[in-house]
Design a binder for this molecule. Structure first.
Ligand SMILES: [Zn+2]
Length: 485
């Protein structure tokens, strides 16, 4: 009898021990250094200038000094002759919700590994993502990007699919909503679906009074010409819905460009100039939709394999995930038809001097944090925009919108968010693959360290208990965060 009790007790302790071990995350990656110099490097500020041989001194999170080295060289510099550029800014992402799975820490590593040192969160789907990331990166000291967040979505009653939406029913409520967002710590405002022109205009005015930039969707019943949204996401408002009454209106607004012709593209450029509109096209999110055509193949792509199974087998899965039941066979043809037109519009906007931002809509299916921005840069290049211009959009030009002085610049007093490449990525985007080190807030992370930390997290998500719980928990979260209209 006693032996049985001892055995049961041992089994019980074993189960608890296994559970505790399973869920204990990998150790936090510490920076290699937080006071150092990048000596004998080439400094590139895209579209501004290049210094052939310089030394950048970094201290207390900032660029303390930049010295030109002239003909002097430093044979001991680990990054000698490397190219130093400002860290990349992704102007449209969504972060993982707070869970016991340490996903904020994981995506923080993915961002830095791909040179993304600042992200703008275009809405927290359940209200916890930004706070979890800020806690991890700021308070706990985990490596991760600078967080600029719009926090809650602002939308109309019953129209938004996200639970975390502040409902704006009448224009006079706009100031109160902006106050609520400010209290949440918002750095921007996400005007979402379900608003009309009057309410959107009131929201933009109240946000401007409070000094918050507004990004958003063109209201569903409007086109770009009558939209008050100053920073339009996803090129919305270009295509007029072919069948506004239908159940797939959302898909039509984003992807159905069959009726968009050259004349309409020219018109959109002209309206954008007249109304001083900035565009964040998120071309990668549109392109990634095509992955559903052959889901099993897409699941084996490098970007998908980087992510834990809770994404590929739950959140992104065509049967269980956010897109479940929303895709028809003809949709792929429609998206494929629209893509070249979107690329063509982006080039025309660029050539007309309309401000553009690089954003990707991370955590949408197959839009993997970090590497998604490389994909967006490639799509901008495919559109025909010169690489130095793309780098300027992804750094300094976006930085001006983020109320962090000199974000995206390399100069004394600027935040020390820097990338060190062996080969110049402004000459060839393939050189993104030669990223050797990332400096975030003055802390140096060699990419080998980041890779090792990422692998440790990937192994963590593969532990049988973590895998089982995370896949099932995600299915529940997806079901919960989408409210029934
Ligand atoms: Zn989004």
């Amino acid at each position: 009898m006693k032996a049985i009790l001892v055995a049961i007790f041992a089994l019980f302790i074993g189960i608890i021990g296994y559970t505790v071990w399973s869920f204990a995350p990998p150790p936090m990656l510490a920076a290699a250094s937080d006071e150092f110099a990048l000596t004998d490097v080439r400094v590139i500020e895209p579209m501004l200038g290049k210094t052939e041989s310089a030394s950048i001194l970094i201290a207390r999170g900032k660029i303390a000094r930049i010295e030109e080295m002239g003909t002097a060289t430093d044979p001991d510099s680990p990054y000698r002759d490397h190219f130093v550029l400002p860290g990349l800014i992704n102007a449209h992402v969504h972060l993982p919700n707070q869970t016991p799975l340490h996903l904020s820490e994981f995506v923080g590593l993915l961002y830095l590994r791909h040179g993304v040192t600042t992200v703008r969160v275009a809405g927290d789907t359940d209200g916890t993502g930004s706070q979890a990331a800020i806690k991890a990166f700021t308070e706990a000291g985990h490596p991760g990007p600078r967080i600029n967040s719009c926090r809650a979505f602002v939308g109309g009653a019953g129209k938004s699919i996200w639970a975390n939406t502040l409902v704006l029913e009448r224009p006079e409520q706009a100031a109160g909503i902006i106050n609520q967002l400010k209290a949440q710590g918002a750095n921007c405002v996400k005007a979402y679906d379900g608003l009309d022109a009057a309410r959107t205009r009131a929201l933009v005015a109240a946000a401007q009074n409070a000094g918050l930039p507004v990004i958003g969707h063109v209201p569903a019943d409007l086109l770009l010409e009558s939209s008050p949204v100053p920073n339009v996401q996803h090129l919305l408002g270009t295509a007029k819905p072919v069948d506004p009454g239908s159940a797939n209106l959302q898909f039509q607004r984003f992807h159905d460009w069959r009726q968009v012709d050259e004349a309409r593209l020219a018109q959109v450029v002209q309206i954008s100039a007249t109304n001083a509109i900035t565009h964040t096209p998120t071309l990668s999110a549109a392109k990634n939709f095509l992955n559903f055509e052959d889901f099993e193949k897409a699941r084996e792509s490098p970007a998908a394999l980087m992510m834990p199974r809770l994404f590929t087998d739950a959140a992104w899965h065509p049967a269980a995930g956010v897109m479940s039941g929303n895709i028809s066979a003809t949709d792929f043809e429609t998206v494929r038809d629209g893509l070249p037109k979107k690329l063509s519009l982006v080039l025309k906007l660029h050539e007309a001097g309309i401000p553009l931002m690089l954003g990707t809509d991370d955590l949408l299916p197959f839009t993997t944090p970090g590497i998604s921005l490389w994909q967006e840069m490639r799509l901008f290049a495919e559109a025909g925009i010169p690489l130095p211009e793309i780098w300027a959009y992804g750094t300094r030009r976006a930085g001006n919108d983020f109320s962090v002085p000199w974000l995206g610049y390399i100069r004394e007093g600027a935040p020390a968010d820097l990338l060190v490449f062996e080969k110049d990525p402004t000459q060839d985007l393939a050189n993104l693959g030669t990223l050797r080190a990332v400096v975030r807030d003055g802390k140096l992370y060699p990419v080998e360290d980041l890779d090792q930390a990422i692998e440790a997290y990937q192994a963590y998500y593969k532990r049988p208990l973590v895998d089982f719980v995370s896949v099932n928990l995600t299915k529940r979260i997806v079901a919960k965060s989408a409210t029934v209209e």
